[in-house]
Design a protein around this ligand. Structure first.
Ligand SMILES: *Cc1c(COP(=O)(O)O)cnc(C)c1O
Length: 431
């Protein structure tokens, strides 16, 4: 970042030149002095969403009642899926919004294993989100209890990190893929370090050996360029409450490439995935296309609340968002290197912007208490990830360069004044 100066004036100049600056006003800002650095975990509330939800509650639920299903609710999972598809390089008919990311991973990993039933290995990595690993372990556990019936037994191979501790060992990954590999499932951007996989290359490695890939886009959708169709990805999942600003617990999405859709089924045969649910037949026939991955009645309020946030991202455009995201993280690191050296921080993320997504982890032996001091007395909200990572998310639509400057300035005060020392080391339930 050149020229660079660690002054507030420099931050203000960067904000004045920011082509996305107007989007900040699209979000509720009830606390102007708050530096919200956790938009990668729970995005801010778009003003349009607040207005839209009020009208959905009063006019659609309140007035239309059951008629709402024929006035747009029934098609909403696929319609919204197509909109998210525009953010991830997916032509219509391949993305649907439903359930949670974890449940969608279960459905697609199960389907992939059924498709390549002679292969016995699933590859993931130790940087993956623990829930993703648990889902695989659960699938394996039920397969082990039921080895000769509907589910095949398999092994889970967990690729370790390299010596940096925040990147995967790509050499080990490459050499672990072979004719026994059914599925490779990884987070496109890893939740702790923010490492960004080269999705096109890893997908090609998998396909060269006849394996399938399933990418978790939770930490990359809405902030990093993604071209699922062009990269010939098989399956993807992701959540909508991080950079898409869909709201706490908003439903997730899943992608199944067109070429695979008619060959696979969901393990959960619910009526919303049935071909004609309102015939009320007693036999299950999967719906054609992506709809077969629905299970039960969608959470309509949460689902419709996702749409305005997705539209904001589409308006801003992923290239401009990625450009600002890189500028924000580079600026943050330049400030950290200038203002915080000698305070014991190490970088828990790749230094090269092309190897990371929209967030950065700083590691420190006192990371937990420093994070607490930032939240409780400095009006800065990052989050903490064990064992020692303070994670800073820089959602480009509403984070100003001035917020980044303020964050580093307040963090410096916490360190110089040793404010973290007064906090206990005991962790609450949600960090
Ligand atoms: C946030 C996140 C999830 C969330 O899963 P839910 O089932 O929606 O709670 C899953 N995977 C990754 C990589 C995440 O970052």
């Amino acid at each position: 970042m050149k020229p660079f100066s660690p002054t507030r004036e420099f931050a203000l100049r960067l904000d004045a030149a920011d082509p996305l600056a107007r989007f900040r006003n699209e979000f509720e800002q009830p606390e102007p002095n708050l530096c919200y650095m956790d938009g990668n975990s729970l995005g801010r509330l778009p003003r349009r969403t607040a207005a839209r939800l009020r009208s959905i509650i009063e006019e659609e639920w309140g007035r239309d009642l059951i008629r709402g299903w024929n006035n747009g609710w029934y098609q909403a999972p696929a319609r919204l899926g197509d909109k998210i598809g525009q953010l991830i390089g997916a032509e219509p008919g391949q993305v649907i919004v439903c359930d949670s990311t974890s449940v969608n991973l279960y459905k697609l990993a199960y389907a992939a294993l059924q498709l390549l039933a002679t292969r016995q290995t699933v590859i993931t990595d130790s940087l993956n989100f623990p829930s993703d690993i648990y889902i695989l372990q659960g699938l394996l556990s039920s397969a082990e209890r039921n080895p000769h019936r509907t589910q095949r037994n398999f092994n889970i191979v967990n690729i370790p990190a390299d010596e940096s501790d925040h990147r995967p060992d790509l050499n080990a990954l490459y050499h672990s893929i072979n004719e026994d590999t059914a599925l490779i499932t990884l987070s496109h951007v890893t939740f702790k370090s923010g490492y960004l996989y080269d999705m096109a290359t890893i997908t090609r490695w998998a396909h060269e050996k006849g394996a399938l890939v399933l990418w978790d886009l939770s930490h990359s959708v809405g902030v990093v360029p993604i071209e699922l169709d062009a990269w010939q990805v098989d399956f993807a999942i992701g959540c909508t409450y991080k950079y898409l600003n869909g709201g706490p617990g908003a439903p997730a999405f899943l992608y199944v490439n067109q070429r695979l859709q008619s060959d696979i089924v969901s393990p959960i045969w619910g009526w919303f995935g049935q071909n004609r649910p309102f015939d009320f037949r007693l036999e299950y026939t999967p719906a054609p296309g992506i709809t077969r991955f629905l299970a039960g009645t969608p959470s309509i309020l949460s689902l419709l609340a996702v749409e305005p946030g997705v539209e904001l991202i589409l308006e801003a455009g992923i290239p401009a968002i990625r450009h600002k995201s890189v500028a924000l993280t580079e600026y943050f690191l330049a400030l950290v290197e200038t203002c915080l050296s000698g305070h014991g921080f190490t970088l828990g993320s790749p230094r090269e912007p092309e190897q990371r997504g929209g967030h950065i982890s700083l590691r420190h032996p006192e990371g937990y208490r420093i994070n607490r001091a930032l939240i409780e007395e400095m009006n800065v909200i990052p989050d903490f990830r064990e064992p020692d990572n303070i994670r800073f998310g820089f959602a480009p639509l509403y984070t100003r360069f001035e917020d980044v400057w303020e964050t580093v300035e307040r963090l410096q005060r916490v360190m110089v004044e040793k404010r973290y020392k007064k906090y206990p080391e005991v962790r609450p339930a949600v960090t």
